[in-house]
Design a protein around this ligand. Structure first.
Ligand code: GLP
Length: 241
């Protein structure tokens, strides 16, 4: 794994934006894997800035998001669909039908998982995947104990994950109990991974990811086995390494 130390959150976001933009400028029809949460917000701001300055175009790009809550409609301001449109898609020239997220409001969720996984394959696979990490080592919404062999699937969210994400909702009771997420196998099939980590709260998780045993009890540890991972982390997040 290649580890890049950024001085702070802003520099981490700028470095990640630079990598994504280089990828698109090398291959205009790149397939990007995108993530949500607080960590990539700065990255999306940087991308919008670069787009407005004319340094990149998304007109041939396809995107797939990692995950979506079950039971929230697209208009719900806590859905990842809403998040992605508000923080990125509405500000760039990405075509709406090329921006993919799992539909957490689908009638048949199982079928939605298969459809989503198949559409990633049909697009030729993900060229570059942005990842964050949860405090318990989750990537996407793959909670501890998730089999490494699994593809896009429905998950019951850990109480700790619901607590961590409750800050975006009015109360913990409003945080959905389930989500659809790309599986560990789907993530491992991506050609390149950029993992963003910021802040001292994540330092222990990052240390475990890099030095700990590869175990389903700490899903992010599988990244040690991926052939092309770049970790971009700020000094606070790297403080335990
Ligand atoms: C959420 C998302 C993950 C994200 C993680 C960390 O649960 N499903 O994709 O990486 O939490 O989020 P944050 O960046 O807000 O710490």
């Amino acid at each position: 794994m290649n580890i890049i130390q950024a001085e702070n959150y802003k520099q981490m976001s700028e470095l990640a934006a630079k990598k994504l933009i280089e990828q698109i400028n090398r291959k205009s029809d790149s397939v990007l894997g995108l993530a949500t949460g607080s960590t990539p917000e700065g990255l999306y701001e940087e991308i919008i800035k670069e787009y407005k300055e004319g340094n990149v175009s998304f007109k041939d790009v396809t995107t797939f998001n990692l995950d979506e809550y079950v039971g929230l409609s697209k208009n719900n301001d806590q859905s990842y669909y809403y998040y992605m449109h508000k923080l990125l898609f509405d500000h760039i020239d990405l075509k709406t039908d090329q921006a993919n997220l799992p539909n957490g409001d689908a009638k048949d969720l199982q079928e939605e998982c298969s459809r989503y996984e198949a559409s990633i394959q049909q697009a030729g696979g993900i060229d570059i995947q942005i990842l964050g990490i949860g405090l318990n080592g989750h990537i996407g919404f793959n909670e501890p104990g998730t089999p490494f062999s699994i593809q896009t699937h429905i998950v019951d969210l850990d109480e700790s994950t619901r607590n961590a994400n409750a800050r975006f909702f009015d109360s913990i009771d409003e945080v959905p109990l389930q989500a659809i997420t790309m599986g560990i196998d789907s993530i491992m099939q991506t050609k390149q991974i950029i993992l963003l980590v910021s802040g001292s709260k994540k330092a222990e998780a990052l240390e475990k990811l890099v030095n700990g045993p590869v175990t389903e009890d700490f899903p992010a540890s599988i990244l040690q086995k991926h052939p092309n991972v770049t970790i971009i982390a700020d000094s606070d997040a790297l403080s335990e390494l």
